[in-house]
Design a binder for this molecule. Sequence first.
Ligand code: GDP
Length: 445
Amino acid sequence: MASALTEKLSRLVKEVRGQARITESNVSDMLREVRMALLEADVALPVVRDFIARVKEKALGAEVVGSLTPGQVLVSVIQRELAATMGEGVSDLNLAAQPPAVILMAGLQGAGKTTTTAKLAKHLIERRKKKVLTVSGDVYRPAAIEQLKTVTKQAGAEWFPSSPEQKPLEIARAALDYAKKHYFDVLLVDTAGRLAIDEALMAEIKQLHAALNPVETLFVVDAMQGQDAINTARAFKEALPLTGIVLTKLDGDSRGGAALSVRTVTGAPIKFAGVSEKIDGLEVFDAERHAGRVLGMGDIVALVEQVTAGVDMAAAQKLAAKVKSGDGFDLEDFLDQLRQMKKMGGLSTLMDKLPSQMSAKASEADLGRAEKEMKRKEGIICSMTPQERRKPELLKATRKRRIAAGAGVQVQEVNRLLKEFEQMQGVMKKMKGGGLMKMMKKLGG
Ligand code: GDP
């Protein structure tokens, strides 16, 4: 699905290329594809509608600047809007309260509350050097209390005992009291969840909220819930002033659309993502990265920006003009090209930013090798005299041996480089200039 969308989008980007403005008609085809992609990613329908309307409004007003094509501008509007909807940047836990800062965990049964409680305890201990206490208010399932005890131990935090005979409110008050007396920085309160929303459950958690006055009320939601996430989120939002969301099970095969629905309905920032069952399987949520995941198009915007910012456009244009004027393409120019590639952050950075299904083709080992080879090539050219670089035909056996020794490589490698240079020279002649520019444009969209 993701690759199909990426293909469709890049085809549409090509179609609108060359048109100077973004218009109603060249935008609507692309938006139709995006709408489908969002629905397939399990974003709830009302959320999709709103989103498309906002993108349309922004895109129609957007100016097409510099070397970007309308298609690229549209992709960037889509991705920016997606990231903005999912929240700007990253936001960590707010602990600005008289200690102990209380964090209340809310969500359906099986959402991952208990697991996330322990993950957060570990995060707070390791990253923020806090003294953390956990307590379970789930008096309906004795196993839940035991489960919290086990995972709290794994996290290296302290667990406050509770039992099914007690009332949740009573437990919470006792834990808070204990946390105050023993100078804990944070108290994490795990709560009972039901399989579906029910009145009694909501009343109970509201009571807990009133008694504890938590600085963070986190809504834990399973990313695999897909379309249903919107209803659960709405119910919890009506019951509690949510301060953040934890999206669990993002390691599953969900398309992550729940993030968009939940965020839109609650207005609360997504603070963390659960990415495995293990205690360290928690990541600070990165909205922009996730936006790329939902649309399956990778961080195309960042790529476009990096390509246009990193490349010395003046140098590229000079080169293009030179080839066009028939001055020829020499080893100096070849070296320039190698350096431009390096400036753009190297191959692996570029590949990272491409949609995953594209970058998956090149393994890390391949990239590492390619980068090393690029450095060796640079070394070889740098071992030549300026005259040799301008007139590669001077390079006979003795000179090649000297260059190989200088660069610390075998003569065969020098030959290989020269062959590659000749091929590139051929391509440049055929393109009659603009080779590099064309390549950049291709990368950009
Ligand atoms: P609770 O009922 O809300 O407390 O949910 P639990 O914490 O007991 O989690 C329910 C199930 O989901 C357990 O089997 C967890 O191991 C699993 N789980 C929780 N978070 C994640 C996650 O981020 N990724 C994966 N793969 N599994 C998770």
